[in-house]
Design a binder for this molecule. Sequence first.
Ligand code: MG
Length: 205
Amino acid sequence: MIPDLPTDIDQIKGFLAEDEAQALYQQALQTSIAGPVLEIGSYCGKSTIYLGLACRINNSTVFALDHHRGSEEHQLGEFFHDPDLYDAGEDIMDSFKEFRRNIRRAGLDEVVVPVVAGSKSAARHWQTPLAMVFIDGGHSLEAALTDYRCWMPHLQRGGVLAIHDLFADAYEGGQAPYAVYRMALASGLFENLGQVNSLGLLRRL
Ligand code: MG
């Protein structure tokens, strides 16, 4: 049972299983004593809320990175397109309004710091060591690799790298997050903490 979890958390748009949410919360609770958490791909803020509730207990911060223009699969005409998140006036995807609403309603405005930018731009002058990095951004190989390469160097020793949407079988889902996960494992820089559903967990040595 997670204290202060919004009762309508299941109504928030997003792709996160209950056991994965619990695992993210537990990892953030353990790691964020040592520093802030960075989430890549916040979308409407569902996972951000779990991370934020854990960080609040430790007086820590979640940096919630997302350009809020949607990934490839969210665009108009694509499989995961959601008309509610489409700004017809501007003719572009915009999940930021919905994100802010959900974070505010969860009472986490003082814990969650939105970084509305692409991964590369946000990382360019980044200096702060991170206690946890959660990669849940774009699912193209280029996007997933960029996220890993931009942020892995900022993960401090003992910190946790979490990667969402690992599917060993290509029929279950895209292979880019799994490729990055295997790359991280093969690097020898991480201890394997195992997998919870499609969430991979690694500890930086
Ligand atoms: Mg995901």
